[in-house]
Design a protein around this ligand. Structure first.
Ligand SMILES: [Zn+2]
Ligand SMILES: [Zn+2]
Ligand SMILES: [Zn+2]
Length: 360
């Protein structure tokens, strides 16, 4: 185990999205309000009146696909009962002056991740997780191909009430949007300008740094050694094709990102062999998070190269990734008002605690 870490109070600049910088403040008293203690999780395998349980298929909105296509399904895609975007809306006519609108056109689908009602991601088999991310990949591809008005397809999961999950049966969602989300746009632009200057990908550079970097941090005033940054300090898991990293400027205490080790901008090019390695890294990461946080509630979302006209030029500079954001605190007025996230556990301490978990 690690020694009691020295308190840290510093603003860490997110190198890809500088506007999303983080105040790492580990001293007590800076603590943001903790999220409510989670209600005991529903671990039942089957629930009579749950629309997502096997046998209740008639209770959901229209079905889009089943995996496998015949026999007992393992994963099911259906339309969202309350879509945030849809193709049935009339064109918006309500624009005036500076108040302009974009039509709320798109698709909003639900993926029933597993036929087992209360299963957690880390209790699913590696094969099942690989299948789930394969379903995301296939459906994202179909949606991009289906309509040229779709500019971005976002796959994400909200697990637990603290993460906005409103239905207890494990599920994730896909939203096909008429715009590229602002945060993806900023990642694309900033990684491209880094590439213009340095001729390599900033995500690849961050992976290299996580794997090989070593530095001694001195106190500015006294000149004393404050702490050492060690090789691999931020690496949570490393597989053949993927790495799980604790970002240096993590917005959330237990935030972890998973990225392909070899440069790749587009998640849709992930091969079955790569998906198997990804699933193993994902499962081990979720096991670690669950062990440290205890009944982890989280959001995850995929950031990948948007399809369409002018994005091919971002191929050399963009690098797809999955961001996993466990939700252990509620944003405060300071965070909302300043845009500066407060993280009360230093990412190096969080990484050490995640790495210390013994996995079976
Ligand atoms: Zn269910
Ligand atoms: Zn890269
Ligand atoms: Zn991202």
């Amino acid at each position: 185990m690690t020694d009691t870490p020295k308190p840290v109070r510093e603003i860490r600049i997110n190198p890809i999205v500088p506007a999303e910088s983080v105040l790492v403040a580990t001293a007590r008293g800076m603590r943001p309000k903790k999220a409510e203690a989670p209600a005991p999780r529903d671990t039942r395998a089957h629930v009579e009146n749950c629309p997502f349980c096997r046998g209740n298929e008639h209770m959901t909105p229209p079905q889009i696909a089943l995996y496998p296509a015949t026999g007992d399904w393992n994963i099911r895609i259906v339309e969202n009962l309350y879509p945030v975007l849809g193709d049935d809306q009339p064109q918006s006519a309500f624009s005036y002056g500076l108040q302009q609108t974009i039509d709320g056109y798109g698709r909003h689908e639900v993926i029933v991740d597993h036929d087992h009602h209360g299963i957690t991601l880390h209790d699913m088999s590696v094969e099942h997780i690989a299948m789930l991310f394969g379903v995301y990949r296939d459906r994202m591809e179909q949606l991009y191909k289906s309509d040229s008005r779709i500019r971005y397809v976002l796959a994400f999961k909200n697990f637990g009430p603290a993460a906005g999950g409103s239905i207890p049966h494990t599920h994730s969602q896909i939203i096909a949007m008429p715009v590229v989300p602002e945060n993806v746009q900023v990642e694309l632009e900033n990684s491209r300008s880094f590439h213009d200057k340095n001729h390599h990908c900033i995500f690849c550079a961050l992976i290299d740094e996580a794997l090989t970097f070593e530095a001694t941090i001195y106190d500015r005033a006294s000149g004393e050694v404050r702490r050492k940054v060690n090789v691999g300090q931020f690496v949570i898991e490393r597989g053949t094709h993927f790495i799980a990293i604790k970002p240096f400027a993590s917005r959330y205490e237990w935030e972890v990102h998973i990225l392909p080790l070899k440069h790749e901008a587009d998640f849709l090019r992930t091969t079955p062999e790569m998906l198997a390695d990804f699933a193993r890294i994902m499962r081990r990461t979720m096991q670690r998070l669950d062990a440290v946080v205890g009944g982890v509630q989280y959001n995850y979302f995929l950031h990948s190269l948007p399809h369409g006209d002018n994005f091919a030029r971002c191929e050399p500079s963009y690098h797809w990734h999955l961001e996993i954001c466990p939700r252990t605190s509620i944003p405060t007025g300071f965070e909302l008002g300043s845009g500066l996230y407060v993280n009360t556990i230093s990412p190096e301490d969080a990484a050490a605690r995640l790495r210390a978990v013994t996995l079976e």
